[in-house]
Ligand binder design. Structure first.
Ligand SMILES: [Zn+2]
Length: 117
């Protein structure tokens, strides 16, 4: 038994079941709403294998899409995990699954993924 996830419409405050695209009250596009915030997650510094890190990335992208945040910033370190993540992100961007991504100027071990326009 799991309860339906809900999200609050940022325009009118109505609580809506996640997955509904248009707010039933104000008709705003709920899947495009965000508050401009960024969620940061470290996927590489807890002895993760590449496979575990990629699963963490997928799970966090999904959770961030289902929240009010716009961006997901992932700390990927400098090894194979980063190579795999960047490969996946190039692919997702070319398929327009994500809007864009960029590596931090100051910290090359972190990547910010823009999930919503
Ligand atoms: Zn609304």
């Amino acid at each position: 038994m799991s309860q339906d996830r809900t999200i609050d419409c940022l325009e009118c405050g109505m609580t809506v079941t996640f997955g509904i695209v248009h707010c039933p009250k104000c008709d705003n596009r709920l899947d495009l709403q965000h508050d401009g915030s960024t969620v940061t997650v470290d996927i590489a510094h807890n002895h993760e294998t590449v496979r575990e890190a990629m699963q963490k990335l997928q799970r966090n992208m999904k959770e961030t899409r289902e929240s009010n945040a716009q961006n997901l910033r992932i700390v990927v370190g400098s090894g194979r995990i980063r190579d795999e993540v960047l490969g996946l992100l190039y692919d997702l961007r070319s398929r327009e699954t994500i809007i864009d991504f960029s590596q931090d100027d100051k910290n090359p071990g972190a990547v910010t993924i823009k999930l919503k326009p």
